[in-house]
Every structure is written in C-alpha cells, then in structure tokens.
Design a binder for this molecule. Sequence first.
Ligand code: FAD
Length: 279
Amino acid sequence: MKALSISCEFFPPRNEKGMLTLNSVRQKLQVLQPEYYSVTFGAGGSTQEKTFETVVQIQNESKTDAAPHLSCIGSTHDNVLKLLEDYQKHGVRRIVALRGDQPSGWAGPIGEFSYANELVEFIRAKTGSHFHIEVAAYPEFHPESRNAKEDIKYFKQKVEAGANSAITQYFYNADAYFRLLDSCAAQGIEIPIIPGIMPISNYEQLIRFSNTCGAEVPRWLQWRLRDFEDDIDGLQAFGIDVMTDLCGRLLAGGAPGLHFYTLNQSKLTLTITKRLGLY
Ligand code: FAD
C-alpha cells in the first residue's frame, strides 16, 4: 500500500523570534515524517523575501524538503525565473504554483502572468522536470469561478501544463472533496489531490478567512463554535473532534494524504494525527 502523503504549511515568520518559534514547531511536527513543509508567499511584495529565507533555512536544516509557494500575479517572467534559479541553487525540488490574489488597494503592474496554468507551463519550460509542482484545487469552487464546469476545466489546464499533484482549499464537508475527485476522474485527471486541512483554533479568524477564500463553514458548525465564546480550550477540543472525524472519513474514502494548514502551530495538527493513528 502506498504511504500517505502528510505535509504541513507555514507562513514566513516576520522576525527572528517568529523564526525560532517556527523551528521549534517544525521539530515537533517531525514525528509525522512529513513529505514536505510548504511556505506561503504574499502576492505583491512584503513577505516574498521572508518566504525565500524560510524555505532556504528549512531546506538546509531539516531532513524534510521545503516547498515554496510561488504566486505569479503581478510578477514578470524574469522575476519568476530568478526565483526558480535561486531555489534550484539551494536544492529545492518542489514548488506550490499559484496565481495568487492582488493585495487590496494594489496599484502595481498587472504582470506577465494571468493564471496559474501559465506559471506551471513557464516552470516546466524553464526547468524541465526539476520541480515537483503542486497546484491548488477547490472542492467548493474558487470564488471567481462562474460555474462548476469552468472551475474543473481550468483546473485541468494546470494539470495538462505539468502539475504533478494538487492541494485543496480547506473545507468541512467531505462530500465536496469526494465530488471533486469524481469530477476529476470523469475528466481523466489522474494526479493525486490532497485535502487541505484547517484545524479549528479561533472562530472569528476562521469565519474571516472562509469569507474571503470561498470555503464554507457549515451552519451547524458555526453555531456549535459560537457557543464556546471565550472558551478557547473548549473550542479547540471540539474542533479536534470535528477535524479528526473529517480526516478519518477522507482517508477511509481514499484521500492520498493530508496537507495541514498549521498557522505555525503544532498542537492541533499533532493531536488530530495522533488520534488518527498516524504516528
Ligand atoms: P488559478 O488556477 O489561476 O485560478 C484562479 C481563478 O481563475 C479560478 O476561478 C479559475 O477557475 C480561473 N481561471 C483559471 N484559468 C483561467 C483562464 N484561462 N481563463 C479564465 N479564468 C481562468 N495565495 C497566496 O497569495 N499565497 C500563497 O502562498 C497561497 N497558498 C495557497 C495554497 C493553497 C493550497 C491554496 C488552495 C490556495 C493558496 N493561495 C495562496 C490562494 C490562491 O492564490 C488564490 O485562491 C487565488 O485566487 C487563485 O490561485 P490559483 O493558483 O488557484 O489560480
């Protein structure tokens, strides 16, 4: 039987203290023997250098591969090529290729890429098969998509451009993921599609994120979470039950792995995976 692909996502810490915290989080997560640690990338500038620094540090210090997210919106071919070359020099072999979103109020140049499939094509054209390329998938559809058919059509373009596997936006409804797998199978898309898992740590933050990225927090879950008010421990304990159940269903239904949006914390990811018997 093929081993499950477990991976963990971080955001680049803003300062030295955050980096030290992340190092300790990473060491704790190592018990999961993740396939890779990915590091997010802010479109439009501010955190991009921090992404690079964080990736290089993980790649140099950890037994686990580091995978930078690379979003192309607002960027140029030259800038992306330079980054790819720099990552290659540091031994990075995996990239999460994204379009990204323009920061609100952004008045910068539109850039030379319109969609993620163009970035995937560009990476393949310039670096051949050097990088394992992950792309994003949306079980509850991307917020800009006009309909479900179009969403899957454009996802297929990324696969045909050379993506090796996909990570999904987070979701709390297992059926949405299984339906996505069915649609992909119907379109002849065969790459592994790994569910993105967002442990529940904070109600307001979850609702804010979900409203912008198009992930649905079901009404029953919102109502249950709201009841905890300021009881963060109670909310997280309940969230662990919900997420363990969701992950268990996904794995039982054939999900090839789990990608944890850790928010640079280890506790929830480790508790959920322990309960699932993954270590
Ligand atoms: P695309 O695949 O290009 O799709 C974007 C939209 O355009 C979709 O609605 C799609 O259907 C449509 N579309 C695609 N091609 C065409 C076409 N040819 N013509 C018309 N419409 C088209 N954002 C960040 O800024 N930094 C990160 O680090 C980051 N990490 C992420 C990690 C994961 C796992 C996920 C799921 C998302 C992440 N995001 C990140 C968010 C992502 O950048 C946004 O969701 C963004 O809006 C879309 O990126 P994409 O790569 O899916 O875009």
